[in-house]
Every structure is written in C-alpha cells, then in structure tokens.
Write a protein that binds this ligand. Structure first.
Ligand SMILES: O=c1ccn([C@H]2C[C@H](O)[C@@H](COP(=O)(O)OP(=O)(O)OP(=O)(O)O)O2)c(=O)[nH]1
Length: 144
C-alpha cells in the first residue's frame, strides 16, 4: 500500500525504506544536539508528517541497539500515531542509564511500523461468557 509522507527534515529518506518496507527508522530532526540526562525524557521532532488510511495506525518502537548499548528507549512505547493525525511525528525518548545520552541531527532514534487494526463497535452488556481463566491473571498460574 502507499502512504503519503511529507519530509521536512534535513535528511533524505533512504530508498530501501520508501519501497515495500514494514515501516522505517525515525531520525532526529534537530538544529542543535540534544543531551538527555539520566532519567530525563525528551520529545524529539522527526520532520516527518504522514497520512494514514482509516483502519491503520503507526507504532513508534524503541531500537534495540539504543536500549542495549545506552539504556535509551521510547517512554510511551509503542507510541501511537492515529490515522487522523496530521502533525509532526515525534519520538519520546527516555534515558534509563546513569550517563548522559547525546542525540545528533539525523541520528536514528526509533523505528515506526504501520499496522492494520480492527474497527470495533463496543456492544454494551451485563454478562460475559465463562472461561477457565475467568478473572485470573497477573501470574495466578505460577510464580512468573
Ligand atoms: O510517540 C508519539 C505518540 C503520539 N504522537 C502524536 C500522534 C498521535 O496521533 C498524537 C496523539 O497521541 P496519543 O493519542 O498517544 O495522545 P494522547 O495522550 O491520548 O493525547 P490526545 O488527547 O492528543 O489524543 O500524537 C507522536 O507523534 N508520537
């Protein structure tokens, strides 16, 4: 499927990401370096704007390399981009390490996947069907 995108960032979208991709890496589009201190968060602009069809969402997810090597992740993961959103895509990074993390312009800070979802009609009722699980959860079947 094709999805409209406006790129107002200072960098080009790589060709491998604009053709038949599941999504794309998201890059910081910033005029100056951003320094995220330990346990601080920062909303980072990407310079990208998209028009998703109804019935689709985009999910902003962490990059495993940033999480593993630097303790930096997406705070609201997965961030939800609604189909009717026309603003700039932004990434909410949080630094869970004990050292500062520097973000440079053009750096890949997260990844975005486009996903189809059901459109639901919530049917109000007084009773739900019985199951073996019932209301059990939160590890009720064992330790973990
Ligand atoms: O990581 C994110 C999360 C959201 N958004 C944009 C797109 C999304 O469609 C909009 C609203 O996000 P969300 O529904 O998560 O926000 P909310 O906290 O429920 O506030 P709102 O009242 O604006 O819906 O913000 C981003 O750019 N990045």
């Amino acid at each position: 499927m094709q999805i409209k995108i406006i790129n107002k960032s200072t960098h080009q979208l790589p060709a491998y990401e604009t053709a038949h991709a599941a999504g794309m890496d998201l890059r910081a589009n910033i005029e100056e370096q951003i320094i995220i201190k330990p346990l601080q968060r920062f909303l980072i602009p990407t310079g990208l704007f998209i028009e998703l069809p109804i019935g689709y969402e985009a999910q902003i997810r962490p990059r495993s390399g940033l999480a593993y090597k630097h303790g930096v992740t997406v705070l609201n993961s997965p961030g939800t981009i609604d189909a009717d959103y026309r603003g700039e895509l932004k990434v909410l990074l949080v630094n869970l390490s004990d050292t500062e993390f520097v973000v440079n312009n053009g750096e890949r800070i997260a990844q975005m996947v486009v996903a189809k979802h059901e459109t639901v009609v919530w049917e109000s009722t007084e009773e739900l069907s019985n199951t073996d699980r019932g209301a059990g959860g939160y590890g009720h079947t064992g330790k973990g």
